[in-house]
Design a protein around this ligand. Structure first.
Ligand SMILES: C[S@@+](CC[C@H](N)C(=O)[O-])C[C@H]1O[C@@H](n2cnc3c(N)ncnc32)[C@H](O)[C@@H]1O
Length: 210
């Protein structure tokens, strides 16, 4: 995006929470692939969507350092909870320390492990699921969670444009294939409605109809 326009958007959006600003900076100083963190604008979008839905139960696939979990948790009902799953155990202490700093630790249950192993033991029905794990596994995640989303509930999937590789058809790598397959599968679903927002790397919002 044009830099001037990007600056305009930042100047006219609610500023970043200082705890999230620090989390973003520390993520870049201490971890590999820091660009996986969603960051200010997408984080605000997730927070506002969560506040619009005002969910009781949220599931997040792919915690990383906890930025998006904190944003989503801010929209929960007072008694609500968010379950977030991350396979990399080197991130657990870091993300939990920021859940505490952000004042949302009592609402977040962070589980270390593979989503595929953990999901079957989750007995809640979710109002909102955020998919942001391995791009090769999006179809698998969707099939695992769709029966756990309440009718009228929402799924948000990140990176559905995958840097534009979904449409140029030149890339043949497994992650691009995974995202293309996910988009095509969603297009053929009968029990959902959806839209792709061209925010950052593409954010898909899906609503389960029945
Ligand atoms: C893009 S990052 C998540 C970013 C985070 N949601 C944010 O916005 O700050 C994806 C994370 O998913 C984790 N992951 C990938 N495959 C997974 C799986 N099968 N189960 C659990 N976590 C997984 C990775 O270790 C990585 O930290």
């Amino acid at each position: 995006m044009d830099r001037e326009l990007e600056k305009f958007i930042y100047d006219h959006s609610t500023p970043e929470d200082p705890v999230l600003e620090d989390l973003y900076r520390q993520t870049h100083l201490r971890f590999v692939n820091p660009n996986m963190v969603c960051g200010h604008l997408q984080g605000r979008l997730l927070e506002i969507i969560s506040k619009m839905i005002n969910p009781s139960n949220i599931l997040e696939i792919g915690t990383f350092t906890g930025y998006s979990a904190i944003c989503l948790a801010k929209g929960l009902k007072p008694e609500g909870g968010l379950v977030t799953i991350e396979s990399n155990d080197e991130l657990t202490d870091f993300s939990r320390s920021y859940f505490k700093k952000a004042g949302v630790d009592s609402k977040i249950k962070s589980i270390t492990g593979r989503i595929q192993d953990i999901i079957a033991n989750l007995n809640e029905e979710f109002d909102l699921v955020y998919i942001d794990g391995d791009k090769r596994e999006y179809v698998e995640y969707y099939n695992l969670i769709i029966d756990k989303v309440r009718p009228g509930g929402f799924i948000i999937a990140d990176n559905v444009l995958w840097g534009g590789k979904v449409s140029d058809r030149k890339s043949n790598d497994q992650q691009t294939k995974g995202i293309i397959e996910f988009n095509e599968m969603i297009t053929n679903q009968k029990n959902i409605e959806n839209v792709i927002l061209p925010v950052r790397d593409g954010v898909m919002i899906i609503r389960k109809l029945f």
